[in-house]
Ligand binder design. Structure first.
Ligand SMILES: Nc1ncnc2c1ncn2[C@@H]1O[C@H](COP(=O)(O)OP(=O)(O)OP(=O)(O)O)[C@@H](O)[C@H]1O
Ligand SMILES: [Mg+2]
Length: 268
């Protein structure tokens, strides 16, 4: 395994809460190496540390001890500003309860992460349009979240997490609140994103979903209990250098700037 294939490398990660008598550990001396293109499912009983792990990987929480290297850079040495930038550009997060912003339309929810990642307004709206089209949600662009079904809301949340073309997608029980049909649609979408060479780490309680994974990790008491790879490293999907979605957007931004894209601008 060449070092550049490793996207996440965690060594001795410990997350401690409280001190003395109230001391407890969400993660204990946790080691994890993730290669680009893996689709990891994390399972384990309630309270074993799954969400804590995702939050640390997603730079939303800090370990008490240990070292975390993301793309070879040690996260503990990054400034808060640097971390916010890395998070906005490289990481997409999907939550169980969708976490859509209720007073923003579908389109504005999807545009939001790009605001943090510093894209131009034209680029933001064209890219959001593209992603919503891919998820068959374009006709819902101006709906508010409460006007959508649970499955549709989760697809908007996935669209939102993907709109910046993140290399890593973290999903905490993304199908936990969905019926089986919506759940399958969401999983098929994650499968496609994975086939484009992105890395996915997903927490689930549903063993049936592990068919989508290339690796299944079972956690127990803040540690890895079992860790099984079902796909050889050499057979993981290769990253697409320039993302096809990005390539389309670049073309359209050029057209918009040269006047051909005016129709779109007027639609607002
Ligand atoms: N802010 C906190 N303060 C104290 N303890 C915490 C805090 N956050 C999490 N914990 C503890 O850390 C442990 C791991 O929590 P975590 O949310 O990671 O579990 P989980 O595996 O995601 O569980 P679930 O399947 O129920 O979502 C739990 O025992 C929890 O009580
Ligand atoms: Mg959890």
């Amino acid at each position: 395994m060449s070092p550049q294939d490793v996207i996440i490398d965690m060594k001795g990660i410990t997350k401690r809460y409280g001190f003395g008598d109230t001391e407890s550990y969400a993660l204990r001396d946790f080691d994890l190496t993730v290669k680009r293109g893996e689709f990891i499912m994390i399972m384990g009983p309630s309270g074993c540390g799954k969400t804590t792990l995702l939050n640390i990987i997603g730079l939303l929480d800090k370990p008490s001890l240990g070292a975390y290297f993301l793309n070879g850079k040690e996260v503990g040495r990054m400034t808060e500003q640097r971390k916010a930038k890395v998070r906005a550009k490289k990481i997409g997060v999907i939550f169980q309860d969708f976490n859509l912003i209720s007073h923003l339309s579908v389109l504005d929810n999807v545009v939001l992460p790009m605001t943090y990642a510093g894209f131009t307004k034209t680029h933001r709206e064209l890219q959001a349009d593209k992603v919503l089209e891919k998820f068959h949600l374009q006709e819902k662009e101006y709906y508010m979240p409460y006007q959508l079904s649970g499955g549709q809301q989760q697809r908007v949340a996935i669209a939102r997490s993907l709109v910046t073309n993140p290399e890593i997608i973290l999903a905490d029980e993304p199908t936990g609140n969905l019926d089986s049909r919506s759940s399958r649609i969401v999983m098929e979408e994650l499968k496609e994103i994975h086939s484009e060479g992105n890395t996915i780490i997903m927490v689930t309680h549903n063993p049936a979903l592990t068919v989508y994974a290339t690796r299944v990790i079972n956690m127990l008491d803040g540690q890895i209990d079992t860790d099984i790879k079902t796909v050889e490293d050499d057979d993981l999907p290769q990253p697409v250098k320039i993302h096809f979605r990005q390539r389309n957007v670049l073309k359209e931004v050029k057209e918009a700037l040269s006047g051909k894209g005016e129709e779109k601008e007027e639609k607002k």
